[in-house]
Design a binder for this molecule. Sequence first.
Ligand SMILES: Nc1ncnc2c1ncn2[C@@H]1O[C@H](COP(=O)(O)OP(=O)(O)OP(=O)(O)O)[C@@H](O)[C@H]1O
Ligand SMILES: [Mg+2]
Length: 250
Amino acid sequence: MAATIALSLHHLTKQYPGVLALDDVSLEFAAGEVHALLGENGAGKSTLIKAIAGAIEVDSGMIRVGGQEYARMTPHLARSLGIEVIYQEFNLVPSLTVAENIFLGDRTGRGILIDQKLMVNRAAEVFRDFEVQIDPLALVRDLPPAQQQIVEIAKAVSKKVRILIMDEPTAPLTVHEVDSMFEIVRRLKQSGVTVLYISHRLEEIFTICGGPRTAGELSGAAHHAVRSCAGTDPCQWQRRPRHFVCGAER
Ligand SMILES: Nc1ncnc2c1ncn2[C@@H]1O[C@H](COP(=O)(O)OP(=O)(O)OP(=O)(O)O)[C@@H](O)[C@H]1O
Ligand SMILES: [Mg+2]
């Protein structure tokens, strides 16, 4: 039986002044799998995920989510479709508590009043699931970078995420913390979440994605890159100038 496609990108192009960041990118992401997105610095990985999340407007192309086509993605629309992104740059408010950051923008209470107690309890629940100890009432600025990263993940997970995009999420983490994060990613996958995972660390890609395989119908630059990465020389992957899907855990 053919895999259900959670997200597909059709001929996305994005030109910045002097740089063609996305060059006719077409990719498919099967539902409930962990997909790796690889490419050297400046290959366009972050641009690609910003396009998916509606954080930037593409010049041409179309995004399909759950069978619906969207020529113009917006942050609001992406969120309503269950797309959450953990960006390379932290997006937390340092002067707010952990719980306030997680539920920022949510209507957790009645009207504009946010129910503090409910928020703290729900944040504590998410951390219990993750088996990490973070005080929901701590100020984000007082947390070490690794815990801030976990708060970012908790924030995405608390939003009924269907497609979780992680842009080099392990950069600030220790080896042990990376293991815990992988455990969280596996659990998300088991609950049907589709994960797009960006990293420069090839050993991570193998751990989380279970090795390379060509994924779906591809075209343009991405197609060539996938063919190349399915070969045997991993070093070659990083020299490739474009982004590609390389593996998906079964
Ligand atoms: N806002 C912008 N304005 C102009 N050029 C940009 C902008 N954002 C990205 N670029 C350029 O687009 C290209 C792709 O950048 P992008 O950040 O998507 O790469 P990346 O694959 O995420 O790289 P890295 O691995 O370093 O995170 C780069 O040449 C970058 O300099
Ligand atoms: Mg990037």
